[in-house]
Design a protein around this ligand. Structure first.
Ligand code: ZN
Length: 499
């Protein structure tokens, strides 16, 4: 008694979660805008039911019984791990009062509206009181989990279980000076890179077909997934057998669809690859946002922006887009890897991207600690941008108002992007060390060995291991900056002709 009931409840919750995800997916893709309010109440109801089903008193009793049942089993067995994961989730959710959850949903929903208006022209002052309320709510939330060393810890732990603020600070401190030096070397000594030919007029049917071809080659299973379009690309999994990605197509520019579908395809391969026997169990989800992002970045950047990849795919791209016929592959390769400090994070290249993240990390940490007042955020942002990137935004739409995260209460989310970038390189290096033929495979458009390694070492485990443990098992090392820095130095010395 206990474990069986627990498993049954978790399976029901997985079904409920799939239904909720479908409502969200539809909202972002095909739903007419008139449906917004009805959909919001449908989502709120299902969300509340899911929460109540999980934090119910009987679940607590089943957990206690299940913990007794699995005592003495192999500590790395699936049942033991599943019970641990559920205990962790249960305790966390029970610590947060239902009244806080309802109030937070209301606060962030208003804040997101205000953020949209502020960014569209109403200005930062319009958003300021909302951000202050969100920040207060987040501090209150952190308070439910005391004691901690940093107010940032419990928030980060929601996205990266087992990872502390000190872990992030240590890795960022290793990363920052060499990154700044590399940007400076490229600016002062790099040969010019022309990327103008990536803009023009590119037939959308051709873009779609090329993207589908690449996704199929990567191993995306179209019998267990599909691709649609949306304004903001995302991946969602109703189950491992129905994984949907969306892509943004831009007639005037090749890059969003080209790298967007590989990025989302990387997320999707992860979801499709979680072990079938974990379906509708506590382990049948991804390990963390950072690990999820490592999969998208690995395919988008480490594979998709490599010379090897384009040896196989560039002739195909040229056939579909005749304006590229006169562009040599070397010029194309350098163009898709052009480094230029920019104001907008989502448009940043591989070298400057993490500078954007570190800057946001510093600012949100200061906001949460109370070292920085919300009113002073726009100024602090401009100063941080000038210090990190050498440029400052002319307005807040290109500065403190550019990201949606804080308006939705997602503080401590940004580091997961950099964790993903670093882990992508560590995992790729480990795969290539285990299977030396992988780089040559990529030149032939063969990804079976790479995907097989990722399936075996990352995907199939779902949530069985915390991200740090997963990475250590797969690569033998904790999260580190050095492999990523080596990767950047080698690649960009070539792209920019740095001696
Ligand atoms: Zn992503």
């Amino acid at each position: 008694m206990g474990l069986t009931e627990l498993k049954q409840r978790v399976a029901e919750l997985a079904n409920l979660g799939g239904a909720l995800d479908l409502l969200h997916w539809d909202l972002e893709t095909f739903m007419p805008k008139g449906g917004v309010e009805d959909r919001a109440s449908q989502v709120a109801l299902l969300g509340r039911i899911a929460h109540e089903w999980f934090v119910a008193d009987e679940v607590g009793a089943w957990l206690v019984a299940a913990e007794t049942e699995v005592r003495g089993l192999d500590p790395t067995s699936d049942d033991v791990r599943a019970v641990q994961v559920l205990r962790r989730d249960f305790d966390r959710e029970r610590k947060v009062p239902t009244a806080w959850v309802a109030e937070f949903a209301r606060t962030t929903s208003l804040a997101q509206h205000a953020w949209r208006d502020a960014r569209a022209g109403a200005g930062f002052a319009h958003f300021r009181p909302h951000l202050e309320r969100v920040l207060d709510a987040r501090r209150e939330y952190a308070g439910f989990f005391t004691p901690w060393k940093s107010v940032y810890d419990p928030l980060l732990d929601d996205f990266e279980p087992g990872t502390t603020t000190a872990d992030v600070e240590r890795v960022f401190a290793e990363l920052r000076p060499p990154l700044v030096a590399l940007v400076e070397a490229i600016r002062t000594r790099g040969r010019a890179v022309d990327a103008g030919f990536l803009d023009g007029d590119f037939d959308e049917v051709q873009q779609t077909e090329f993207g589908m071809d690449v996704l199929r080659r990567m191993g995306f299973d179209f019998d267990r997934g599909r691709q649609d379009r949306s304004a903001h690309p995302f991946t969602t999994a109703f189950s491992r057998n129905d994984v949907r990605i969306t892509t943004r197509f831009d007639r005037a520019c090749l890059s969003p669809a080209l790298f967007g579908s590989m990025h989302e395809g990387g997320h999707a391969l992860y979801e499709q690859g979680i072990a079938a026997e974990y379906a509708r169990t506590a382990l049948g989800r991804y390990a963390s946002l950072g690990i999820h992002e490592s999969q998208s970045r690995l395919w988008e950047n480490v594979v998709g922006r490599s010379r090897q990849f384009w040896k196989r795919f560039y002739p195909e791209l040229q056939r579909r887009f005749p304006t590229l016929a006169s562009v040599p592959i070397d010029s194309f390769y350098r163009a898709i890897n052009r480094v230029a400090p920019s104001l907008i994070r989502v448009e940043a290249d591989e070298v400057t991207y993490n500078l954007h993240i570190m800057m946001r990390f510093d600012l949100e940490l200061a906001l949460l600690r109370g070292d920085l007042a919300v009113a002073d955020l726009p100024t602090a942002w401009r100063e941080a941008s000038r210090a990190a990137l050498g440029i400052a935004p002319p307005d807040d739409a290109n500065g403190a108002l550019q990201d949606i995260h804080w308006s939705g209460g997602a503080f401590a989310y940004f580091p997961t992007y950099t964790i993903g970038n670093l882990a992508a390189v560590q995992l790729f290096d480990a795969a290539a060390a285990a299977v030396p033929g992988i780089p040559a495979d990529i030149e032939r458009g063969e990804f079976g060995a790479l995907l097989g390694w990722l399936r075996e070492n990352v995907h199939r485990h779902g949530r069985k291991y915390e991200p740090g443990e997963l990475l250590r098992r797969a690569t033998g090392r904790p999260l580190e900056a050095a492999p990523y820095l080596r990767y950047l130095h080698t690649k960009y010395a070539d792209v920019y002709g740095l001696g």
